[in-house]
Each structure stands twice: as C-alpha cells, then as structure tokens.
Design a protein around this ligand. Structure first.
Ligand code: CO
Length: 499
C-alpha cells in the first residue's frame, strides 16, 4: 500500500502562503480531513510555530491541541530541525527534551527530524527523546547534489539513522532537485537495506515532483508527501488527488477517500483565493523555476536574493551573487541548502559581493559553522578560507547556560513548559506575544524573563517571512549591522511579495 502525508497545513502553507493560514482557515475542514485515510497529516513545526507568534497572534500550542481534538483518528506529524528545534540556534539537550515532551503531550504522533548537515550528532538527542516520550521518530536525509554526495553515502547515513531508532526514513528534497531516475535508484537502494518505511518529500519548484514521485512509487516507496491539489505545484508538493490516481493506475493500493478529498479541496480553494487576493500568495511561487536545477539554488532562495538586492538598489549585481552562492557552498564543504545553512550561505554570498572582498565580512553563524558548532561539514572546508574566517572575526556566542538560565527564570515566574519554550526559542517575540495576550486579559503585563536584550542578538530580528526547507531568509538585521545598510530603506513588503 502507498501512504500519503498531506502537507496543506504545514509545508504547502509555508511554501505558498508564507505560513499565514490562521486556524480559522482550516478549523472547519479538520473533521473531514480526519476521514480521508492519510498515513499522516503534517500540521506543525517548521515555520508554523514562529509564524503563529510572530504574525498570527496565535498560541502555537493551542493550534496543535485544536488540530488534535478535531482529528482524533489521524497521525499528526511535525517537522523538527534536530538540535535547532524550530529556531536557529543550537539548543542544549535538556531544552530539546523539554520541547519534544511538550510536542508529544499536546498531540504530535510523528516527529520528522532532520539536520541540515545530515550530522547524526545533531539528531540523536531528538530521536532518543521522541522514543522516550512514546512517539514515532522519523529521520530525514537532506538531499542535495554535490561532488561529495552520492547514493552510497545516503544509504550509509540512513542505516545509521535506523540504528539510532528512526522508525521511518524520509528523503527530504527541499530544493526539488531530485531527478526521477536518481529517486528510483535511491529508493531501491534504501529499500534493500532498511527494514523501516521509506518516505519521499519533494517540492515541485523546478517542475519534476510528479515525475520523481512516480519513479519513487515504481521503486517501492512506502509513503509520499503531497498537498491537496489547490495548494500543490510551484514551490509546494505534488497534488494528492493526482498522485493517488496515478499510483492506483500503476497497480498500487491507495487508501484515500476521493469524495472527501474533493470536499477538502473545495474548502481550501476558498482559502487560496483569499490569500491570493490579499497577495499573501504570490504567483511567482506557483511558477516553475528551472534555474534551480541549473544553479542548485532553491527557487525561494533565488527570488529572495533578487528582492534583497532590489531593495538595496543593487539588483544589477544579481549575477555576481548567483555565481558566488555555489562558491561559498564549495568553500564550506558543500552543505545542503536548507535552513539554517541556506540562510548563512546566501547571506554570506551577498556580503562577499557587496563588500568587494570575499570574507571581509563574515557572519557569526558562518564562523560558528566553520568552527563545527553546527556539526560536521559533508566535505572539506577550504583551509585558507577557514583561517580567514576564524582570524578575522570575533563572535559573541550564546552559551548553554543562557538557555538554561532563561528556563529557570521562566519556571520561577510560574510559567508552564509550553510558554517557557516560547521564551527560550523566541525571546524577543515572546515578550511581544505574551504582552499582547496579557494586555487583553489583565490590562498591563511585564514579563521578567525577557529583560535581557542580548538574548536575541543571534536571532534575526528582521522579517523572517518563510522559514525552513527550501526558503532563504536573508537575515537583514545581520547584514545591515555589518555593511551599514539602513534597514528602514529596505522594503520589507517587497521582500515578502517576491518569495
Ligand atoms: Co519541504
């Protein structure tokens, strides 16, 4: 049987609508979704948590509980960036454990765990905690094309993931560059050695998702990620209904209720129309973008680079930046371009071009990466570059103690674990989010945990429009602090609309 993971609430929402669907957009259809027979529904994690507190004034935990309540029969799935959780920093194991415990307690069944570098050290704590609290850890292999990545290497990593306790393995093709024949080869190779189910997650950014899914089905994939048809295509996934019919036509057993899928699609069509009319969904994200196949720059990252340079009045330098991205990636040992690495590589490329000298300005995050703080690079980091990066720059690092101190403060203030985790992961946002919530309830509110402003120094304070997966979020605040760009002159709306 072929299983389906529906992505409309998370990845399709994130890829097409910058995660701006509010709970009112889907609450009425959840009970129908519960009847379809999905393998799972991806509904949380990735950017949903961030977007809920940053833009939607919605408690992300409340959203999860609501979905759980309305969908008692379907497995709920979330995406987790290993040791980075849903944020951009490397959190201590204790916080990782706290977070996973809360996610499971509030309704999550399957946690898809990935690390941008496929470094097992960054996912093992999350896998362990997921098992400990009784949920299904699924490990994702970040797929990329480079001289140091090959099928044998992916198979080896997948076997190690299974040995860690992963109960399924997902091929995560965030930039839509997994060619159909490669998918066939990779799925066959994984099926040969793994005893757990193999899942395919891909994006249609460059127009190959349906073909890649089909070849994976032929190779015996167990589950594919798809989006209900009106939220499919472009930077999102392949359409659920189409792939279900294609798979059935290929002789696979598919257990989806087609009339219910039609109801779900007509519901989300209205949501789509609203988001398209208010320009939340931009037609660019629906178009096929083949340049990502050629330059290896994910579609979202490319359009974001464009809008960044446009905002700074230097759009004419886009070719230099596009040429610089693969160079930076090579210097850094070919990391896959996925959050948070895609942001670092993209921002460093822009900095290299604007500064007129490579690595004259180095982001703290890039320095930390070179020092191994994010894990092991897949390839070799160029020695001279490494020297230059380490010697030229000083960085202020957040220590394990600072996270734990925030946790202690929150507990002392009587906060529950869910609210504590919002403060630990998004300190600045938390202050705003909770003061709004409390203003409504009590008139005035001041929270003691967030008094330290430098808590957020490493967290981008700029507009994180879309996070995770194949989306580049240029860290405007970081760039501007290095190269004296006036943030006020950057047209945020423009950044957003071009994604
Ligand atoms: Co994705």
């Amino acid at each position: 049987m072929l299983g389906f993971t529906e992505t409309v609430l998370r990845d399709a929402n994130q890829s097409l609508a910058a995660t701006r669907m509010s709970k009112e957009d889907f609450i009425d259809i959840l009970s129908e979704m519960d009847k379809v027979g999905y393998y799972s529904v991806e509904c949380w994690g990735g950017a949903t948590f961030d977007s809920c507190i940053r833009y939607l004034d919605e408690d992300p935990w409340e959203r999860l509980r609501l979905i759980r309540k309305m969908m008692p029969n379907t497995k709920l799935q979330m995406l987790l960036r290993g040791q980075n959780l849903l944020g951009y920093n490397h959190y201590p194991t204790e916080i990782v454990r706290d977070f996973i415990e809360c996610a499971i307690k509030n309704g999550i069944d399957i946690i898809r765990i990935f690390d941008a570098l496929n470094d097992l050290d960054n996912i093992k704590d999350a896998v362990k905690a997921t098992l400990e609290f009784g949920a299904h850890p699924s490990c994702a292999l970040c797929y990329t094309v480079s001289p140091v990545h090959n099928v044998a290497e992916y198979v080896k990593i997948a076997q190690e993931m299974e040995a860690l306790g992963a109960q399924s393995i997902c091929i995560k093709d965030m930039s839509g560059c997994l060619m159909p024949d490669k998918a066939y080869e990779l799925v066959r190779a994984l099926k040969k050695v793994l005893s757990v189910p193999v899942i395919l997650h891909t994006h249609n950014s460059s127009g190959i998702a349906q073909m890649t899914c089909l070849k994976a089905i032929e190779a015996g994939i167990d589950v594919i990620d798809t989006a209900i048809s009106c939220f499919s295509g472009g930077t999102s996934q392949a359409p659920t209904e189409t792939m279900a019919l294609v798979a059935e036509n290929c002789g696979k057993k598919v257990n989806l209720d087609m009339p219910t899928l039609a109801k779900i699609n007509s519901h989300f069509k209205k949501v789509f129309d609203r988001l398209f009319e208010d320009k939340t969904i931009n037609y660019h994200s629906l178009q096929t973008d083949t340049q990502s196949l050629i330059s290896q720059i994910p579609g979202g990252m490319y359009s974001n680079l464009l809008s960044q340079l446009k905002a700074q009045g230097i759009l004419d330098r886009i070719d230099e930046v596009v040429a610089e991205v693969p160079e930076v990636r090579k210097d850094l040992g070919y990391p896959p371009l996925v959050t948070p690495i895609s942001q670092m590589v993209g921002t460093q490329a822009v900095a290299n071009v604007i500064a007129g000298e490579r690595y004259k300005i180095v982001l703290n995050e890039v320095k930390a990466y070179v020092l191994g703080k994010y894990g092991k690079a897949p390839g070799i980091i160029d020695f001279e570059i490494k020297e230059k990066i380490i010697n030229n720059n000083t960085s202020s690092e957040k220590t394990v103690d600072s996270y734990l101190a925030t946790k202690e403060k929150c507990i002392a203030n009587g906060l529950n674990s869910e609210d504590m985790l919002i403060h630990v992961m998004f300190p600045q946002l938390a202050e705003k989010f909770f003061s709004k919530e409390k203003e409504v309830e009590e008139g005035v509110y001041k929270f003691a945990c967030s008094e330290s402003k430098d808590q957020d120094q490493q967290l981008p304070v700029a507009d994180l429009r879309k996070v995770d997966d194949d989306i580049l979020v240029l860290l405007l605040a970081i760039i501007s602090s290095h190269i004296n760009v006036d943030v006020n002159k950057i047209n945020i709306k423009n950044v957003y609309e071009c994604q």
